[in-house]
Design a binder for this molecule. Structure first.
Ligand code: NAG
Ligand code: NAG
Ligand code: NAG
Ligand code: NAG
Length: 833
């Protein structure tokens, strides 16, 4: 028995309480110890429910497939493959040792190891909503859970409720963001596991709804960005949807692109069909919100219809202009020749013109009408239709043609002239729209176009009839008739035969010098049809016959002057008028006895006098002047004398000038009869001078021509100098001054010491030549000129003096007619012979 008592069954592992993980293959070994293992019989296993586990496989209990195996030395192995929680319990091994039943048990406890069943590491409550931070832990035995937020313990309160499967956050707020730690304690085995869960409170996207319906205007053809922005956490991503088609624009087409981060929709080359509602949708984990945007595509105006019209005077013309665009454009008109755009309705300056506008929303077009009632010819022209909306402007021109019946209002020709069978053009110009055709008649008979004496150039609107009047029948009334669909009109042009002018009515002798004579001619009463172009004079000495006469032709309105006549000779003169046709009969005969030779006529100084009666020289020190060469009265002028004396205004008589000092007079000779200009030099600034000019011939001097001249102020000239010349002038003046002082000192010392020097000479003679010397200077001016004491200078010009070239054609020399009259005393003798 003691032996038997030593024998017992042993289960390996022998720990009464086994800690086992689930879902692992597990086995228990039962063997006899303390005796020969083979002496055991009936060895078998019992389940916790005391069921015998049969040998072999295929025993399903407690959710497991139990089986047994025999190992050497009669060890019975219970295989518990894939051990489940349900497999926990007391397993018993029992057998017979002889007759003694041996049993031993082992308690198998199963532990399900901790697993995080539902505990995401990032969780997102939604703002203002309850949220359970999930932390579902699976373990057996059940663990104890507690929570930390950012390492601080959380207790259940009115905000947090710790529940078995998580932490309930009531009314989540942004402050609830943080790292939460879910800790699981398993007391039985003394382990703790923890998991950090990042909690971020999400905010549902929301658009600012107070803005109302947003609308965005974009211009057709351009590239635009449309943006939307919603608040949300995390930042939402955006999609754009075209409401009418419910199409996601981010996907739909190449003209659209969407930045889902910024919410910007970019539309390139905006098309008018893009017009309409778009929806922007902002979405994040917490939800979404949408906002509608009304996209208004501005389409620039397009005038697609504007026709040229034509109308006849008196009717009503309507110019219609049609345009599209978004928004529909406003339409106005402007006449191209005017700068003013017309207003809607009747025009204030002309209520015949009315502008109307209509809008057809259906067809999406605007129509403008320009209505002109009682159309006038002046209404003809181009009219601009101007279509405008906020996208831009379009202008198109339309023409209004105003048709009207022909008119000869601008045909100037009323009469035509011919002579000697000269061909002449008779021209009519008819204005009309459409162009008129012109037909010709002579004395009411249609022109025979086969007649070689007529040729017609053009049949309208201009027509010329070239007539060769081979006989008297071709002179008469020519009528041109212009005709178009609106009417006809005629115009008469008379063709006259032109003749030479009639006899001169009268001629009068006006002025004569010894060698020249000037006439006044009264033209003939009959011009012969053509204007008088010239007068012809014939003249002869009294004893000669008319066949020996000389002739001279004057163009009309020139001085009718004859030159080169013999003094003290009696002449006969007669005159004829000439026109294109020829020279008329001579008439208006005069006889005149030419005066004897004498000194020349007084020259005339050509100056522009100021109202005060003097000429202002532009220079400080000189004066240029010209004169008219006078008639020489039979002997050629050989020279002129110029005398120039300083003068001042007389105190007594304001119009008189009195000499200030004869000392300063300059007298010069001008030896020429060609040049009639002269330059006086060496004058003082801002001073008055009297100039006397005389002409001389062998007989003597003419009476003097006089002029008063004033030189410019000195200051006027200093302005014109530049600084350097001024300063060098001053420098030279100082040097000369110093030299003079030295000279005077030397001279004075010479005078006293040596009885020599200038002073001695002057004082020694003691009688300085009196004034006569100076007056003599006049005639001997030339010598003085050469010695340089006087600054006067003769300017020799190579060109002939200007005066009037047209007059010059007529007469070789200029004569001052009035002077000649007064000086030669011929006044009163000018009666016609
Ligand atoms: C209208 O008239 C203008 C000028 O007379 C011309 O340039 C234009 O081509 C015309 N338009 C039509 C449609 O005939
Ligand atoms: C007449 O007018 C026509 C056409 O204008 C022209 O060709 C012709 O030379 C003119 N003849 C004369 C003599 O003026
Ligand atoms: C009308 O006459 C003008 C001037 O001669 C010419 O330029 C124009 O072409 C004509 N018009 C027609 C329709 O013949
Ligand atoms: C003028 O005279 C010249 C010759 O002295 C002569 O040839 C010419 O025919 C004359 N003219 C007139 C219109 O008498």
């Amino acid at each position: 028995m003691s032996l038997s008592s030593a024998a017992k069954l042993k289960i390996t592992p022998e720990t009464a309480m086994s800690i086992q993980a689930v879902e692992k293959d597990f086995f228990l070994i039962c063997e006899l110890v303390g005796a020969d293992p083979s002496s055991i019989t009936e060895l078998h296993w019992l389940t916790p429910e005391n069921e015998r586990v049969p040998d072999g496989e295929g025993f399903f209990r407690m959710g497991m497939k139990l089986s047994t195996q025999w190992w050497p030395e009669k060890k019975l192995v219970l295989m518990l493959p894939d051990l489940k929680e349900t497999g926990a319990g007391n397993y018993t091994c029992t057998g017979l040792y002889g007759t003694e039943r041996l049993s031993t048990s082992v308690t198998l406890k199963t532990f399900v190891p901790l697993s995080w069943q539902d505990a995401p590491v990032e969780q997102s409550p939604t703002l203002n909503k309850d949220f359970k931070v999930k932390c579902k832990v699976v373990a057996n035995p059940a663990p104890f859970i507690d929570w930390l937020k950012n390492d601080e313990k959380i207790e259940t309160d009115d905000h947090y409720v710790i529940e078995a499967d998580g932490l309930l956050i009531k009314n989540a707020q942004l402050e609830d963001d943080g790292t939460y730690t879910c800790r699981a304690y398993i007391a039985d085995i003394g382990t703790m596991s923890k998991r950090n869960i990042k909690v971020e409170v999400h905010v549902t996207p929301s658009f600012n709804k107070t803005e109302g319906l947003r609308s965005s205007e974009v211009v057709e053809g351009e590239t635009v960005d449309v943006t939307c922005h919603a608040n949300g956490k995390p930042p939402p991503s955006y999609t754009w949807i075209k409401s009418s088609k419910n199409a996601n624009l981010g996907i739909v087409g190449d003209r659209f692109s969407v930045n889902d981060q910024t919410g910007t929709l970019t539309i390139t080359n905006v098309k008018r069909e893009d017009n309409g509602e778009l929806k922007c949708e902002a979405r994040n984990a917490a939800g979404f919100d949408t906002q509608a945007v009304n996209l208004i595509v501005i389409v620039k105006p397009n005038i697609f219809d504007l026709k040229n019209i034509s109308s006849s005077t008196g009717e009503t013309a309507t110019l219609i202009c049609r345009a599209s665009g978004n928004p529909l454009p406003s339409l106005t008109f402007r006449k191209l020749s005017s700068s003013k755009t017309m207003i809607s309705g009747a025009q204030p300056h002309d209520n015949r013109i009315v502008v109307e506008q209509r809008v057809d929303e259906q067809k999406k077009e605007a129509e403008g009408s320009l209505i002109i009632s009682n159309v006038q010819r002046s209404d003809d022209g181009l009219y601009a239709c101007i279509a405008k909306n906020k996208g831009g402007e379009m202008i198109k021109n339309g023409h209004l043609t105003v048709e009207f019946a022909p008119t000869f209002a601008n045909t100037p020709m009323k009469e035509a002239w011919s002579w000697d069978k000269r061909p002449v053009n008779i021209t009519c110009l008819a204005e009309s729209i459409p162009n008129a055709t012109i037909t010709w008649r002579l004395n009411e008979r249609i022109i025979d176009s086969t007649n070689p004496y007529f040729r017609i150039f053009g049949i309208g609107p201009q027509s010329s009839l070239l007539v060769t009047p081979s006989n008297q029948e071709y002179y008469g009334n020519y009528k041109c008739e212009a005709k178009n669909i609106h009417g006809s009109v005629d115009h008469t042009i008379r063709l006259h035969e032109a003749r030479v002018p009639g006899r001169i009515l009268q001629s009068k002798f006006e002025v004569a010098t010894a060698t020249t004579i000037t006439f006044k001619i009264y033209g003939p009463s009959e011009s012969g049809g053509r204007p008088i172009k010239a007068y012809v004079a014939q003249y002869k000495q009294e004893r000669q016959s008319w066949s020996e006469a000389k002739n001279r032709t004057w163009s009309i309105d020139s001085p009718y002057t004859l030159e080169g006549l013999e003094p003290q000779t009696t002449y006969n003169f007669r005159f004829a008028a000439a026109n294109e046709v020829g020279i008329g009969e001579y008439g208006g005969e005069i006889k005149h006895n030419m005066p004897k030779r004498s000194f020349p006529e007084e020259p005339t100084i050509l100056t522009s006098n100021s109202p005060e009666g003097y000429t202002v020289s532009p220079y400080v020190d000189r004066f240029d002047f010209q004169w008219k060469i006078p008639a020489d009265n039979g002997e050629p002028i050989d020279y002129y004398t110029v005398k120039c004396c300083p003068v001042q205004k007389s105190e007594v008589n304001k119009n008189e000038w009195t000499p200030t000092s004869d000392d300063e007079c300059i007298s010069l000779e001008h030896r020429t009869n060609e040049i009639s200009t002269f330059e006086l030099m060496g004058l003082r600034p801002d001073a008055y001078y009297k100039i006397e000019l005389r002409a001389h011939n062998v007989i003597g001097f003419s009476t003097p021509a006089q002029a008063i001249v004033k030189t410019a102020r000195g200051s006027d000239v200093t302005r014109t100098h530049d600084g350097s010349t001024l300063s060098s002038a001053i420098f030279i003046a100082i040097v000369i001054g110093v030299l003079l002082v030295i000279f005077v000192i030397v001279d004075i010392s010479c005078y006293y010491v040596n009885d020599t020097g200038l002073l001695w000479l002057l004082c020694g003679k003691n009688s300085r030549k009196p004034r006569e010397d100076d007056t003599k200077l006049g005639s001997e001016g030339k010598g003085l000129l050469n010695s340089g004491h006087r600054e006067g200078k003769i300017l020799v010009e190579s060109t002939t003096p200007m005066i009037d070239n047209s007059l010059k054609k007529e007469t070789a020399v200029q004569y001052d007619v009035k002077k000649a009259v007064s000086k030669t005393g011929f006044v009163g003798k000018d009666s016609a012979v």
